[in-house]
Design a protein around this ligand. Structure first.
Ligand SMILES: Nc1ncnc2c1ncn2[C@@H]1O[C@H](COP(=O)(O)OP(=O)(O)O)[C@@H](O)[C@H]1O
Ligand SMILES: [Mg+2]
Length: 263
């Protein structure tokens, strides 16, 4: 491997956790005597003007609505730090409760903090929607790494938001339960956890009570954040979903779309 200035700079950036440098996490390299491969993270242009209409309020630090996500971020971080957690999956009992909106807002809120880097990974393989919400085109994601060994360095993008990197994708993948529950997925999450110790890695995962994807993926993450929709999610679904999560992994519940914030 050439060690020219570009590689050295990328190496320094990667070690410093800067978003312009990234590890190649293809799986083979770390254990061999080969040097790591680095590359510049691909930049994508997001449509920040659409953030408000997409309910990405955490992007606006001064907006009173972003306070809810600052509270969530603080609660998540306090618990995560005390437990040594940095891999967090966001799920819900049923679809359309706001998992993706909550996961992206949490990541945006975390990335606003000094020194806090975040990676957002779309693991809802039947409905990968993070890139749509952020407003950029994407047709490759984590499944391409799992199925075709595409290096993660080719999949990680920087959406022009300081300290945030994203792996999303556009294709609908069959056999998602087997992929999310595969040993390769487990190794990948473990490798991300260890490589990016100071970075939160947030996984947007399908619902717990529809299909088995979330249950299959659950053992690989440190913690689970459960999104429930105010006035919609039934108590029965909420209880059933919570019971599927080992108690020690349950970070807490997010009450999404709750309108009772009085000012
Ligand atoms: N807090 C919120 N306020 C308003 N609309 C929301 C909120 N959270 C989610 N939505 C809307 O609800 C729908 C489902 O949200 P989404 O995050 O895609 O759900 P999920 O990922 O759980 O399927 C989307 O149209 C989204 O814009
Ligand atoms: Mg979603």
């Amino acid at each position: 491997m050439k060690t020219d200035g570009f590689v050295e700079k990328a190496t320094r950036d990667a070690i410093a956790g800067n978003s312009s440098g990234s590890f190649d996490l293809s799986g083979e390299l770390p254990l061999k005597r080969q040097p790591f491969m680095y590359s510049l993270t691909k930049q994508v242009v997001v449509d920040k003007k659409r953030f408000k209409e997409q309910h990405l309020v955490a992007a606006y630090s001064e907006d009173p609505e972003s306070d809810a996500y600052k509270i969530l971020r603080t609660q998540v971080q306090q618990r995560a730090k005390s437990q040594g957690w940095n891999t967090i999956m966001v799920t819900s009992p049923r679809p359309r409760s706001g998992k993706t909106v909550s996961a992206v807002n949490l990541a945006l809120s975390m990335a606003q903090e000094f020194h806090q880097t975040v990676m957002l990974v779309d693991c809802d393989l039947a409905k990968q929607g993070i890139h749509t919400l952020l407003g950029y085109e994407s047709n490759r994601g984590i499944a391409d790494h799992l199925l075709e060994n595409i290096p993660l360095s080719d999949l990680i993008v920087c959406p022009g938001i300081s300290k945030l990197t994203v792996i999303s994708g556009g294709k609908t993948i069959g056999g998602s339960t087997e992929l999310l529950g595969s040993a390769k997925m487990g190794q990948l999450v473990a490798e991300m956890k260890n490589r990016y110790q100071n970075r939160y890695i947030i996984f947007d995962v399908p619902s717990l009570l529809e299909g088995a994807d979330a249950i299959a993926f659950l053992p690989y993450v440190d913690a689970v954040l459960m999104v429930v929709e105010s006035g919609k999610t039934s108590m029965t679904d909420c209880t059933t979903a919570v019971q599927l999560v080992p108690q020690e992994k349950l970070l807490g519940c997010v009450l999404n779309r709750h309108a009772a914030i009085s000012r």
